[in-house]
Design a protein around this ligand. Structure first.
Ligand SMILES: [Zn+2]
Length: 155
């Protein structure tokens, strides 16, 4: 089986937190998954297209929900399928033009699923604590900056 190569080596706890944050934004705010993301070990940023800025209460609710999913210790599992089989479930326009016919779906428990070839933790408890350190809203783009307090064993 051949999958596309990932563009960069990501830090699995941060990258898995990104999945949970994206799923939470879709469910709680009703926007698309992040249109732009910079995932790094210490601090990450995700940008969402929103008509108005998130309120401080929404930001708190999002942080709480992500931590709830992390604490639930959900398994992160993989599923393989063809693009044809899953085209009704995902936004296929987000796949790169040269994407392989076989795609990989990453599930975070029954909370979130998305197409991804990155590296993830095995269980959400390995992510540690999720903290939104700042937000910024400009020109229809809501930026969320976040950090993790990762448990020692997963580092
Ligand atoms: Zn991923």
């Amino acid at each position: 089986m051949e999958l596309n190569e990932h563009n960069k080596q990501e830090y699995p706890p941060m990258h898995t937190a990104e999945h949970i944050l994206n799923g939470t934004m879709v469910k709680m705010v009703g926007c698309r998954r992040a249109d732009n993301a910079h995932i790094e070990r210490k601090k990450s940023k995700c940008d969402y297209i929103l008509p108005v800025a998130l309120t401080p209460e929404q930001v708190q609710a999002i942080e709480d929900k992500v931590n709830e999913v992390i604490s639930a210790d959900m398994p992160v599992t993989l599923e393989y399928a063809t693009q044809e089989e899953v085209k009704s479930r995902f936004d296929m326009e987000r796949l790169p033009d040269n994407a392989s016919e076989t795609v990989r779906i990453v599930h975070v428990g029954d909370y979130d699923e998305c197409l991804c070839v990155g590296t993830h933790v095995e269980r959400t408890s390995q992510i540690g604590k999720f903290r939104i350190s700042s937000t910024r809203y400009q020109d229809g783009v809501q930026r969320i900056v976040f950090r993790l307090d990762v448990p020692e064993l997963a580092k």
